[in-house]
Structures are given as structure tokens and as C-alpha cells.
Design a binder for this molecule. Structure first.
Ligand SMILES: Cc1ncc(COP(=O)(O)O)c(C=O)c1O
Length: 414
């Protein structure tokens, strides 16, 4: 399954070319790459870069050298596909996710190491799967302890007791945390208890200091491994260790495990303050499509629905086989950066369901069949971070990668 997805590392479309078809002179070269495919999909493709996943995982490790690393693979590995991302992420110490089906998929890939359910179980029978697949699970509420207390198992479970240290989503209030720990500790169904919280502001000016103080005060003296850091905390706050004022409340001291997600996929958790360049991350997903039509327009001509873009001089417009039904945000305005044959250019006009339109001015040689990188790495190595179109659309890289549409063919490359 995984190996059949593996493709070329050159241009993202190269692995689809077919020498026999290329040799037919009546077939324009730009459309050859799909002609050997039985279902003739459109010239759009996503590529998952195993090498980038490996690199980013190593970056997280180097930011937290004393910690073990969970690779967060929830939401189908942030849209990359669990099976596709596995090759690049198998060096992690564990996989953390929240969907039991996804946990089964990770086990089906042959992974025998730790798997953590970040939201724990949703109903009693989920515990049977935890026993069967040896899943570690978060316990964030009294109801989950009640379920454990009546669960029949020969193998006691490892649990991660979650504290609500200020985010007010999941977890026990600090003043109820110790009682929850004591109750769990008394259950024969429970083996080891680890301590966990999640930061609301690791990527912003508020930081993690206050939540760390709450966590450490309420968890003080409780035994067990600790895990607190997502990507932003791992990259930005591990160095807080020893800084004046942090003392015991340093995330580094509570990092037996770190939990990086977005950084592993090559998006900066704190863009635009930080960037993939400043954090030395590499894009793990490229979305690229081809130009399927060119229009030469003159001053005053408009482009696309709503005529939102009007040319202020003669220009060439490239029509790209990618639209919002592929996962490219409709909210991206005129001026959103793209790479055309690896050269930085911009979109013009509205994103439509199946197409976007780009300004070919900076790339005069571009035309039918030219490759347009919507995010990721172009064939010439130039990178456009997913953070840029995400920001142009008023959102974050997380949302774009998770929203890659099912209709987009995906290959895995080194
Ligand atoms: C509990 C928990 N840990 C870690 C992460 C990873 O966060 P990020 O992708 O920002 O690194 C998430 C993601 O939302 C999460 O919910």
C-alpha cells in the first residue's frame, strides 16, 4: 500500500509520464502525464515528502533533546494521510491521535510502539479496543474514570490524566486533579498514570508561563511522566528553562514527552512571527497543478466571477487546474502568492470551484502545461510555505492541509 504510493522526487508530475505516450507526436507534451492513467484525473497533484517529515521530526527532537516525541497524526495526519505519512514519521517514539479508526490504521501499519488517544475514550466499548490494541488514553473527565472502573481487562491501561490549566476545553480543574489521580491510582484497570496539559497561547505573546505555573502547582509531587508541549511550545518555550522567573514552571521540566503536530508537517506554528525558514522546517505537502489555458487580456478587462480583478495594462493570465473543490481556499484574494515554474507570482481574481487564475507577467516563458505550486516545493526547489496562502485567506496552515480534497491525487516522494 505504502510503497505503491511512492513516486518521484523530481517535478511533482514526473512519475506519471509514460514514454510510450510521449513518443506520440499528436499528443501535446503538457498533457501526457495523465494519459496512462485509467481514470484521466485533472492535472493536479499533491505530494507528501517523507524526507521533510523526517527532517521536521528531527527538528522537534533537537528542540527538546531530553524528551520523547509523539508525532501527532490526528485528522488523518493533518490531511497528509496516515499511511502516506508513516514512512517519514516512523522514527517517532509514539503516535498520538484521537480517532479509534486511525489508531487501528497505525497498528495495521505494523507499529508496535505507543499510541495515545488525545481525547481518550468516548464510550465504554472503546476501552475494549484500547485493551486489544494496547492504546494509551487520555483521561480528562470523571465519566472516563467511571468507564474505566467497570472495564474488564487483564492488562491494566496506561493513562494520561489531563489538567485544564486554563484553556477550558478538556481536563480536570486544578483543584480536582489530585482527587482524580488518587481515584485512578486505586483502580486495578490502571497501570501507569502520566500527567498532561495543553497550552492555549504557546504561539502568541501570552505564552505558557501562567498555565505552567498552574500545572506545576496542582501536579506537584504527583509521580508520573509529564507532557505539556505542542509544536509552538516545543519550538518557542523549551529554551525558557532556567530563564529568570520560570523556575519549576519551565515546560522543559515537564517534557518527558513533547507533542508536535503542525511543525512536523512543515508549517510554522506562530506564523508570521516565526516562519518555516526561521524554524528550519521543510514543507511536507506540496500542492501543484498545471496551467490549462492562457488568456491575453488588455487594459480594463476583468478576470473571473464577479469581475473582481481588472487589468491595468495588457497581461497574460494563466488558468490553473485547482480550485476550492480541491482544497484551495476560496477566500484567497488577488495577490495570493503562487510559484509558476518555481517563480514567485500571484493569483488574480476570485478562486472558483475548479480553477484559479494567475498573473503570468513575472514568468513570460510560462504557458500551457506550466507547473503552478499552490504551496510546498516547486520542481526547481523553490519553496512556498503553506502559511502564506493560509494567511492570505485569513486562516492557518493547519486548515489548508487538513482540507486537501479527496479528489486530489496524492503521491509520496522522498
Ligand atoms: C492535545 C494536543 N497535543 C498536541 C497537539 C499538536 O498541536 P500542534 O499541531 O499545534 O503542534 C494538539 C493539536 O491540536 C493537541 O490537541
Amino acid at each position: 500500500m505504502v510503497s505503491s504510493l511512492t513516486g518521484s522526487t523530481k517535478g511533482v508530475f514526473d512519475e506519471c509520464s509514460n514514454a510510450e505516450v510521449i513518443s506520440r507526436p499528436e499528443v501535446p507534451k503538457w498533457c501526457v502525464f495523465r494519459l496512462d492513467k485509467p481514470n484521466m484525473p485533472r492535472p493536479i497533484q499533491a505530494t507528501i515528502h517523507s524526507g521533510a517529515l523526517r527532517h521536521n521530526l528531527a527538528r522537534a527532537r533537537s528542540a527538546a533533546p531530553d524528551a520523547r516525541v509523539w508525532a501527532i497524526v490526528k485528522a488523518n495526519a493533518y490531511g497528509h494521510g496516515i499511511e502516506r505519512a508513516f514512512e517519514g514519521l516512523r522514527g517517532a517514539d509514539g503516535f498520538a491521535l484521537l480517532d479509534l479508526n486511525e489508531a487501528e490504521r497505525v497498528r495495521a501499519l505494523g507499529w508496535r510502539g505507543p499510541i495515545l488517544l488525545l481525547e481518550g475514550v468516548f464510550e465504554q466499548r472503546d476501552l475494549e479496543l484500547c485493551s486489544r490494541l494496547d492504546l494509551w488514553h487520555t483521561v480528562h473527565c470523571t465519566e472516563q474514570i467511571d468507564m474505566l472502573a467497570t472495564h474488564k481487562t487483564n492488562a491494566p491501561h496506561r493513562v494520561f490524566l489531563k489538567m485544564n490549566s486554563g484553556m477550558n476545553r478538556l481536563g480536570f480543574q486544578p483543584d480536582q486533579y489530585r482527587a482524580a489521580w488518587t481515584r485512578l491510582n486505586a483502580l486495578p484497570q490502571v497501570d501507569e498514570i502520566s500527567l498532561m496539559t495543553h497550552f492555549s497561547d504557546a504561539d502568541g505573546p501570552k505564552g505558557v508561563g501562567e498555565q505552567m505555573r498552574v500545572f506545576e502547582a496542582a501536579a506537584e509531587d504527583l509521580p508520573g511522566e509529564r507532557t505539556v508541549c505542542n509544536s509552538a511550545a516545543t519550538l518557542r518555550h523549551m529554551a525558557d528553562a532556567g530563564a529568570p522567573g520560570h523556575g519549576q514552571a519551565s515546560p522543559a521540566k515537564a517534557s518527558d514527552w513533547v507533542r508536535p503536530g503542525i511543525a512536523v508537517y512543515g508549517s510554522a506554528p506562530d506564523f508570521p512571527e516565526g516562519s518555516i525558514d526561521s524554524w528550519a522546517l521543510q514543507p511536507a505537502m506540496t500542492l501543484a497543478a498545471k496551467i490549462i489555458a492562457v488568456q491575453a487580456i488588455s487594459v480594463g478587462a476583468s478576470v473571473g466571477y464577479g469581475s473582481s480583478f481588472v487589468a491595468d495594462g495588457p497581461m497574460r493570465i494563466g488558468v490553473v487546474a485547482c480550485g476550492y473543490a480541491d482544497g484551495y481556499p476560496r477566500l484567497c484574494p488577488t495577490g495570493t502568492p503562487v510559484l509558476i515554474d518555481g517563480v514567485r507570482a500571484r493569483t488574480v481574481g476570485r478562486v472558483s470551484m475548479d480553477m484559479i487564475t494567475v498573473d503570468l507577467t513575472p514568468v513570460p516563458q510560462a504557458g500551457m502545461g506550466s507547473e503552478v505550486t499552490l504551496w510546498g516545493r516547486a520542481a526547481n526547489g523553490t519553496v512556498l510555505s503553506i502559511d502564506e496562502p493560509a494567511r492570505a485567506a485569513g486562516t492557518v496552515g493547519y486548515e489548508l492541509m487538513c482540507a486537501l480534497a479527496l479528489r486530489v491525487p496524492v503521491v509520496v516522494a522522498e
